[in-house]
Design a protein around this ligand. Structure first.
Ligand code: AMP
Ligand code: MN
Ligand code: MN
Length: 329
């Protein structure tokens, strides 16, 4: 931790009266948990705190305290703007267009592009919510029971229940601390990682029937038609990627999710030693070594061909450099 930076942030937060916290589009458990957790910690001092997600709050996370107060655009007259869990400003959608730069950006992506006045970016940390679990007390704020519940959601979401290769002991200790601050571990785990609606199960079913595997890559697609057939209300993959990436026998897993605006959302997951964040970045996205994504303009079929081709070439280059043989062992 950087003490000078922490005391600057502490001073700025103490002086702020009307704070806005913004997260990224297609929100996941980490961005929602980080945003709401920080809001709860800041609200203990009578500050006004507003949370903004362009896509609104997904049904899955409405159980979190404060979820019902999330707005879809930035209100006027705030005096301090914080952005969480977003590797670049485009990830927030259009909500920040025309506004002055964010006062504070808190993130953990290795592909992070600076866009705020203060950049609090720790790419080695497993979740933005984990950064906040440590930083909130060092900024002179308190982790309330409500904040603990939200932050635990973020940690469990980005580590998929402590099973990603990135998970280190400190993440488990932080989760234990959050339980001691009042978070219900079982309830949060269940709601974040286990519970599925029947529509999600049908949507998964559509994706599972289209699995393909070749050259150490496993992939599938979810079309807008699949969404309609399964009556799934979200615009994401309903976490199908976590199930696909658990299937053994591939180095990289890719999922293509067709969007309404002529865009395809691509998600990559990889085994240890294969960095997919650079691949995602080549397509205008970003992420982490083992989990990355991008939004690409074009048809589902076209994007699928381009991305699989490029992913194959990338693995080929790794094989030539000798890495894949090691991975195959
Ligand atoms: P996803 O496949 O959407 O679950 O994302 C995997 C990881 O990549 C997450 O940490 C995301 O924040 C990040 N990510 C996904 N899409 C993008 C994007 N378009 N730009 C930058 N990072 C992304
Ligand atoms: Mn996120
Ligand atoms: Mn995250």
């Amino acid at each position: 931790m950087n003490h000078d930076l922490d005391s600057t942030i502490q001073r700025q937060l103490a002086a702020a009266q009307n704070i806005v916290i913004v997260g990224h589009i297609r929100p996941d458990g980490d961005v929602i948990g980080s945003m709401l957790g920080l809001a709860h910690a800041l609200r203990t001092d009578n500050r006004r705190v507003t949370c903004v997600l362009q896509d609104g709050m997904p049904e899955k996370y409405v159980f979190l305290p404060g979820a019902s107060e999330v707005l879809t655009s930035v209100p006027p007259n705030y005096d301090y703007l914080i952005v969480v869990d977003s590797s670049d400003i485009q990830r927030t959608g259009q909500v920040l267009e025309g506004l002055p730069p964010a006062n504070l950006v808190i993130d953990h992506h290795r592909t992070h592009d600076d866009f705020g006045l203060i950049e609090y970016v720790l790419p080695e940390v497993e979740a933005t919510a984990l950064i906040l679990t440590r930083s909130i007390p060092s900024w002179g704020l308190t982790i309330t029971k409500e904040a603990a519940t939200c932050l635990l959601t973020g940690i469990l979401s980005d580590t998929i229940g402590f099973r990603t290769g990135s998970t280190r002991p400190a993440a488990l200790r932080a989760a234990a601390d959050l339980m001691e601050h009042g978070a219900d571990f079982h309830d949060v785990y269940q709601r974040t990682l286990s519970d599925k609606t029947i529509a999600e199960a049908r949507y998964w079913g559509q994706g599972l029937t289209k699995i393909q595997q070749s050259d150490a890559i496993l992939w599938s697609t979810l079309s807008l038609h699949d969404r309609i057939l399964s009556r799934y209300q979200g615009n994401d993959d309903a976490d199908l990627i976590n199930l696909l990436s658990a299937i053994k026998g591939s180095l990289v897993t890719v999922l293509f999710v067709e969007q309404e605006d002529g865009i395809v959302k691509v998600s990559w997951r990889s085994v240890e030693g294969v960095d997919v964040s650079a691949l995602a970045r080549d397509f205008g996205g970003g992420g982490h070594m083992a989990a990355a994504g991008a939004e690409i303009n074009g048809s589902l079929q076209d994007i699928q061909e381009r991305v699989i081709h490029k992913t194959k070439r990338y693995l080929e280059a790794l094989r030539l450099s000798g890495l894949k043989e090691n991975l195959d062992d």
